[in-house]
Write a protein that binds this ligand. Sequence first.
Ligand SMILES: CC[C@H](C(=O)O)C(=O)SCCNC(=O)CCNC(=O)[C@H](O)C(C)(C)COP(=O)(O)OP(=O)(O)OC[C@H]1O[C@@H](n2cnc3c(N)ncnc32)[C@H](O)[C@@H]1OP(=O)(O)O
Ligand SMILES: [Co+2]
Length: 132
Amino acid sequence: MKIEHIGIAVKDLGISNDLFEKLLGAAPYKEEQVESEGVKTSFFAVGDSKIELVGSEKKDSAIEKYLEKNREGIHHIAFGVENIEFEIERLKNQGFTFINETPKLGADNKRVVFLHPKTTNGVLVELCEDVK
Ligand SMILES: CC[C@H](C(=O)O)C(=O)SCCNC(=O)CCNC(=O)[C@H](O)C(C)(C)COP(=O)(O)OP(=O)(O)OC[C@H]1O[C@@H](n2cnc3c(N)ncnc32)[C@H](O)[C@@H]1OP(=O)(O)O
Ligand SMILES: [Co+2]
């Protein structure tokens, strides 16, 4: 397992892209719309991990809802795994609950699931597996 990315909820992706380009000294290596999530993301490489900026594109997106109640900032942590189905079973057996147990297509060519923050010490956890 590795820290695949840190997801940051942002109100304005353009403004935050400029800020993180200044902060990290490099432009995002990609911007990607994730229709199913109603979000637009941009990715910055940081060593062998990433920063994922996530902006809402739809009124009912998870990010829109989050930003109605919280200030911009770290939204989730994503762990990269080799075998997402194996990890889902392992974690279910450990008592963790999932928001979606069936992996769905995420950004940056990944299959993703999310664990519910109520079972992960208040941290929204995403698991990512490379789409093969
Ligand atoms: C997948 C594309 C991309 C990628 O990397 O590939 C992304 O990462 S997109 C990121 C945006 N998508 C998601 O976050 C999907 C998973 N999230 C959800 O399904 C919801 O946001 C959920 C279920 C976590 C919360 O939705 P809900 O409608 O239940 O919102 P509430 O405000 O009622 O929250 C309930 C409860 O959860 C706590 N909460 C909510 N968001 C977070 C968070 N980001 N980190 C920690 N805790 C969170 C919230 O405080 C409430 O707690 P409570 O104790 O009940 O007050
Ligand atoms: Co993410």
